[in-house]
Ligand binder design. Structure first.
Ligand code: CP
Length: 344
């Protein structure tokens, strides 16, 4: 596998053989096959947004491999410029071109979380148009100028570490995954959330050759171009991809039910309008009635979760729920990734 020195932006940039290699390495590490392979190596983690799981799992992943993870939250109004040739006489403090090269001189790998929509605020924030957000300028600029691998810890478009961790969990719980039924169901949420996580979660299920069904209300379609890649990946791995506007219909005989909310692309950024549309969609929740019609499905959620809005306590606390293993597997997946990317 040719991972060394490469950036990790999206699982879809890897071949399915490479994705499976990382999953198997993560599972072997979880079973105890861990060496201090990154002794003397360091990871700089740049968080433009809040995080619990990603922050802790990367820090501990580095520690378990004998290296150091340094958490660098970007706050107090510290701003970066990414446009080349810009006359920086306004607010931005530093060009990413300089920052990426400086950090590369200290560290062996850089990880960046840069999403315009992830905030701790109780209301959804104002964002640019999707066509602009989709350019993922911040992380792409770090990738352009860094001299070491850059890992995407969640951008506007993808959350590949979540996707990889989910793939590890599905393989761990189901064993064989080909043609097993995976349902990604949209669920209600008081805020409008990014599409990055469902994009990467679905891509991973596609890489595992599953029969993937995306269930969402009309108007909550994901990006057409990304859906095209999902379909290609699913078919390449011997699975399929389909859409349903009925949660109940989608979940019949499912082996995996994964819940996630996201903002409607059709009205992206028009959150007040979306809030009104969502008033009639409170029924989009994962409850026991839904799990009862599955093939004793495992229940997945990336967390954090709004209990009794996205999923009932009864389901998330049941034996079907694998959400804690899913969060733990983020760490094993990232250990496999770090060991594979960092040059010795
Ligand atoms: N699932 C996930 O990425 O969690 P955090 O936002 O807490 O890192």
């Amino acid at each position: 596998m040719k991972f060394k020195g490469k950036h990790f932006y999206n699982t879809a940039d890897l071949s399915q053989k490479e994705v499976n290699y990382l999953i198997d390495l993560a599972l072997a590490m979880k079973k105890g096959k861990v060496k201090k392979s990154l002794s003397g190596k360091s990871l700089a983690m740049l968080f433009f947004n809040p995080s619990l799981r990603t922050r802790l799992s990367f820090t501990i992943a580095m520690q378990k491999l004998g290296g150091l993870g340094v958490d660098f939250p970007i706050k107090d109004g510290y701003t970066f410029e990414c446009e080349l040739g810009k006359i920086m006489d306004k607010g931005t403090i530093e060009h990413i071109k300089d920052a990426a090269k400086v950090i590369s001189s200290y560290c062996n790998v850089i990880a960046v979380r840069a999403s315009d929509l992830i905030t701790s605020s109780s209301e959804s924030v104002k964002v640019q148009e999707w066509s602009e957000l989709k350019k993922d300028k911040t992380i792409k600029s770090f990738m352009e100028y860094a001299d070491v691998p850059v890992i995407n810890m969640e951008s506007n478009v993808y959350h590949p570490c979540q996707g990889l961790g989910d793939a590890v969990t599905i393989k761990e719980k189901l064993g064989k995954t080909k043609k097993k039924k995976y349902v990604m169901t949209w669920v209600s949420h008081p805020k409008s959330l990014p599409m990055a996580t469902p994009n990467s979660q679905i891509l991973s299920a596609c890489d595992l050759g599953m029969d993937v069904v995306i269930a969402h209300p009309e108007g909550w379609e994901l990006d057409t171009e990304i859906m095209k890649t999902m379909k290609q990946k699913a078919e390449e791995a011997g699975g399929s991809l389909s859409i349903s506007h009925s949660q109940k219909e989608a979940c019949q005989n499912a082996d995996v039910v994964c819940a996630k909310s996201w903002g409607a692309l059709k009205n992206y950024g028009n959150w007040d309008y979306e809030k009104k549309l969502k008033e009639n969609l409170n029924g989009w929740i994962v409850n026991k009635n839904l799990i009862d019609i599955t093939n004793n499905a495992i229940f997945m959620h990336c967390l954090p979760v709004r209990r009794n809005v996205e999923v009932t306590d009864e389901v998330i606390d049941s034996k079907n729920s694998v959400v804690i293993d899913e969060a733990e597997n983020r760490m094993w997946a990232q250990m496999a990734l770090l060991q594979s990317l960092i040059k010795s």
